[in-house]
Design a protein around this ligand. Sequence first.
Ligand code: MG
Length: 414
Amino acid sequence: MQTGSLSSEQVQACANLPASTTEVRPWAVVLAAGFGTRMVAATGRPKQFLEYDGAPLYWRSALTFSRVSRVSGLVFVFPAHCLEEEKQRLCQLDAGSTLGLPWLAVAGGELRQDSVNNALAVLPPPCRHVLVHDAARPFASTALINRVCDALSKGAPGVIPGVAVNDTIKIVTGGTVAQTLDRSTLSAVQTPQGFALTPLREAHTRAKAEGWTVTDDAALLERCGTPVRVVEGEAANAKLTTPEDLRMLESPQNFPLPCSGFGYDVHRFGPGRPLKLGGVLMPGSMEVVAHSDGDVLLHALMDAILGCACAGDIGQHFPDTSAVFDNADSAVLLDDVLRITAEAGVRLVQVDLTIITQKPKISPQRGSIQTNVARLLSLPQNRVNVKATTEEGLGFTGAGQGIKAVAMVTGLRC
Ligand code: MG
């Protein structure tokens, strides 16, 4: 048996599960031992090892299984010649126990069913259900996995996802149609396929003894006369087969994901810096206590932008213990924040700012603040909103002791 990150203690822990439990807690088998000739001819390597989101494609399925709480562990099946290499790669990918599950890695066999059989042979003894999944279907959802598990929980010995067939299917012999099948009874079958382990092992034993060759595990149960239940599959759970299918791998990288950040800042009124909001000097003699220029609105905005980029806060980037930032112009610091944000691949889309203070009155300067912040961010004015409110005389702003600001920033991460 080849073991990956599964320690002997973990195997023991699995073995100590009460044998009487009726809860379905399957192990999942991720089949990554195939050699799709069309894809290899086009890309130079089997599809399950294509890079996707910074990891081999099979890792995507592993992550999905790891998010299903009742999945107990994983068995990866790799071609024998690269088993050790992939085990090392798995150890790197799973550093810090990303999966949060025990896992094993085994060598595949000549046929798909041989690979499954090798995986079944290493499952810990108390395991009574298994999910068999093709790594070439990287987009199976947790909802689908749960659907298969639910049917297993109700006692089905075999469960497969199926989707309705939209094309008319004909049996063709020697280039001539021999028969048109009734489409309403047809189902395109996917993985993960779920099984009670005992009938699946028995079916594999018979297949070996009697020389059956099949393309999925459900077919083995069918030949043994064991009923196989069909649950709703997913159109998105497509199998990558041809080089054209690689387009399915492109969209996540090219499609920007929305992100957002929140910022909050407070400054006390007192002798120090003249009050500036959004880079606009407020008329009058009001001052704030501050290490930098004390622009409470730009400080909240910078924290929100850093939040959007998952890049910490302004205290980390511009510590108020550093002399460098003494009376620092917040607009200059904002430039640095925008550089950090751009490097993180985040493009700002919209900001919503609120100033909370009893005094001074903000409305006369609201337009100037909006214009200046839009300029600093290189955003159109209709993407920058500035609001102001009081706290009805309550709290420290109500008492006129200080001023606060909050900011919400929306961005797109490319
Ligand atoms: Mg501040």
